[in-house]
Design a protein around this ligand. Structure first.
Ligand code: ADP
Length: 403
């Protein structure tokens, strides 16, 4: 079965086509500057150089048309016609409390997702536009929605309820939802395979450390807690996001700086995190380089980042009464040995012992704990697209059986 995976942002769109019969990635690409001057598609067939095509794309429908043209192009394409694409899997950020797993997209599902727009005003609208554009261009092809929030729906109420008047949960759905669920789920499953253990027998802490970052506590394959909250702003220190702060700071800054409503939200989302502390960059590579050259604020930014990850690891060990493995994934988790080393440093009393030699590795599945470490430490590159394709395949297979 050939599955197209679409991750549609406000002005960009990432895609992959996978042949699930061999679990093979066939091609992938990126469309940028949709609806702007200089829109461009970069398409890469596996094993070939990237093909860059600058072509006007006024909206997402035109962008998806370009993706389909690239996929069927006689020179750069991987399928003869669109009919060869069996289904499309769409990444959707927020499904509220409605969906705890991926679903086949129907009119009712679209309505439910429209209702979640308020919860993710930046992310859900482009996700939905992408689905509609595909539906128009590929009528009759099954579409599946895979949600960042779904995996976290197993959290118990004590993890997701905020201690604010309960009526706000009831009226507005204000609670912890959690994000990066597809990634946490993928690495948890891979961890159980790498450790040759059943997920049911494992307590895992998965650290998705990218530009956006979150930690999850996963017990018997189910998420029991996660650091992102009502929005992806809560939890760890991130590239530009503050993570946890005292909520009183918001009104205080607003008053002191005489800012309009919404301005502090922008500051906390776009000017904070390691960028805000260091003043150097939101990219860990730049900050690590600056820190090495002696930039004290860059050093501090890294220390605060590390402190928070350790804080959550400790909390989740307490919540689960132990941990069998800690998993690192995403940009920083996969590529920054120094960050992994600092996060795991001096946790021997908790049974966490990193092997400094094995840890000198980037971007590949491997165990980086010492042989005598009771808690295993794993590096697992995430693969959200594969998860989306797999869920899509499963749902479409079921649909066939029903018919
Ligand atoms: P997102 O998907 O949230 O945009 P990624 O998971 O792609 O983020 O992670 C991007 C981040 O990973 C970059 O901002 C950078 O800070 C970090 N990163 C990538 N490569 C390295 C590296 N070699 N060393 C340190 N950090 C890295």
């Amino acid at each position: 079965m050939k599955i197209l995976v679409i991750n549609c942002g406000s002005s960009s769109l990432k895609y992959q086509i996978l042949d699930m019969d061999g679990d093979n990635l066939m091609a992938k690409g990126l469309v940028e500057r949709i609806g702007m001057e200089g829109s461009v598609i970069t398409h890469k067939r596996l094993g070939n150089d990237a093909w860059v095509n600058e072509v006007p794309m006024n909206d997402h429908k035109e962008a998806i048309k370009q993706v389909l043209d690239a996929l069927t192009d006689p020179t750069h394409g991987v399928v003869k016609s669109m009919e060869e694409i069996d289904a499309v899997g769409h990444r959707v950020v927020h499904a509220g409390e409605k969906y705890a797993s991926s679903v086949l997209i129907t009119e009712d599902v679209m309505k439910a997702l429209e209702e979640c727009v308020e919860l993710a005003p930046l992310h859900n609208p482009p996700n939905l536009i992408g689905i509609k554009a595909c539906q128009e261009l590929m009528p009759g092809t099954p579409m599946v929605g895979v949600f960042d929030t779904a995996f976290h729906q197993t959290m118990p109420p004590e993890s997701y309820i905020y201690a604010i008047p309960y009526k706000y949960y009831e009226k507005y759905g204000i609670r912890r939802y959690g994000f990066h669920g597809t990634s946490h789920k993928y690495v948890a499953e891979r961890a159980s395979e790498m450790l040759n253990c059943n997920l049911d027998d494992l307590k895992l802490i998965t650290c998705h450390l990218g530009n956006g970052a979150s930690v999850s506590a996963i017990k018997r394959g189910k998420c029991v807690d996660t650091s992102m909250g009502f929005t992806p702003l809560e939890g760890l220190v991130m590239g530009t996001r503050s993570g946890d702060i005292d909520p009183a700071i918001i009104t205080y800054i607003r008053k002191k700086e005489n800012l309009p409503s919404g301005a502090v939200n922008e500051i906390l989302n776009k000017e904070s995190g390691v960028l805000g502390i260091s003043g150097v960059s939101s990219d860990f590579r730049d900050i690590e380089a600056a820190a090495e050259e002696g930039n004290e604020r860059a050093q501090l930014a890294l220390k605060v980042f590390v402190h928070k990850v350790r804080f959550y690891i400790g909390a989740y060990i307490a919540e689960m009464n132990g941990v069998d493995a800690i998993v690192f994934t995403a940009g920083v988790g996969e590529n920054a040995p120094n960050m992994r080393d600092l996060i795991c440093h001096d946790l021997g009393n908790l049974g966490i012992k990193i092997d400094l030699v094995k840890n000198k590795v980037r971007g590949k599945e491997t165990i980086i704990s010492r042989d005598d470490s009771p808690v295993k430490i794993l590096l697992i590159p995430t693969n959200e697209e594969y998860m989306i394709a797999r869920d899509t395949e499963e749902l479409v297979e079921k649909l066939k059986v029903k018919k």
